[in-house]
Design a protein around this ligand. Sequence first.
Ligand code: FUB
Length: 465
Amino acid sequence: MTTPILRRRRRFTALALAFAFAAAALSPVAEPSPSPAQADNPIVQTIYTADPAPLVYNGRVYLYTGHDEDGSTWFTMKEWRVWSSDDMVNWTDHGSPLNLDTFSWARQDAWAGQAVERNGKFYWYVPVINDATGRPAIGVAVADSPTGPFRDALGRPLVQNGEIDPTVFIDTDGQAYLYWGNPNLWYVKLNADMISYSGSPTQIPLTTQGFGTRPGSTERPTLYEEGPWVYKRGSLYYNVFAAKCCSEFIAYSTAPSPTGPWTYRGTVMPTQGSSFTNHPGIVDFKGSSYFFYHNGALPGGGGFTRSVAVEKFTYNADGTIPQINMTTVGVPQVGVLNPYVRQEAETIAWETGVETERAGAGGMNVGWIENGDWIKVKGAAFGTGATSFTARVASATAGGRIEVRLDGSNGPLVGTCTVSGTGGWQTWSSVSCPVSGATGTHDLYLRFAGGSGYLFNVDWWRFAA
Ligand code: FUB
């Protein structure tokens, strides 16, 4: 059994907090609001995330990200992560189904990639350093589910020309394209198997007409820097990319075909948010359009400790993209959450203090719970009223209490469940307690209480009506 001390990972230090407050003073984007009900950006608070790549599949948004290690002073990234949501505010942590070890030939740098679905299989294109050459190459991993597990589809790079940041797009005629590049911009036509290609990689001409003018640079005359995100809307093709360096902003170009010619269209998101990189990802979900990006908004956040966030937007009537600003508010919830079915504890709108880990029985659980930590789940529809609350818990110590509260971590207390020691952090047992006063739709807060040290883990919970 691993002891809680060995399991311990990030706890924000006073120094990190001081740095965060200093960064907030310099940044147009505020740190997470002290009023948690108002703050749902960044999407993930348990770890630092970067380089968002959303995918809509079967009524859910799957969000593929990189993972900036705590305290990084470079892009020290070893794994990719997956999250999902059906309401855009409560996000389920699916852990890391892909990491550098998946690719036997990869040395380091689990940087910006994108996953797509084709014929029920999921293909995740990622840049890594090829150990044999010491240069960036693009690998492709495949899985039977959007949350993995992913395996190396080829056992070697798909493409290697020393450039990064793949984006993949399947056109309405079925032809798939892989685009990537920094400092250049490339594309190649993927075959229907999604793991091989036809022809040779082709360089997209980086003209100022196509990609804007970079002030004061003869080496890189256009604004294109990295992180392309290519998609089609109606008959128009969009390439949204990280522009200029450094700090980057997000810009875009459009074209009448997937291979151009591209016309520069201007800024999507200005330079904001105390990270000198940014990275776009755009999807439509349940009738609205969403722009994913990253910044340094978490405590301790910055250029190498980034966090993924999302804003809702509406295209202008002529198809152009309005300027989008970073917020800490996030996006409106789409629908409500059903508290009467099993909900994973790692489905979180906002939290303080807790972390997640792989559960012994599969999936993830919430752990590292200490006195005063809490999890917020937004918009739980209790209807005419809940009568009891059940949670699946494990504790190698003496346990503690789960306070079931509404609309705030100190909001009305509608139930309290006592958790006893179960003999191990992965030795699971169910606890139930009566609930009274939970009617209608509310933000649900699970506030954890007890003595000192780690109290217990939570795998899932549900209410009874
Ligand atoms: O996350 C590492 C690198 O930083 C990505 O590949 C770039 O797009 C930039 O976000």
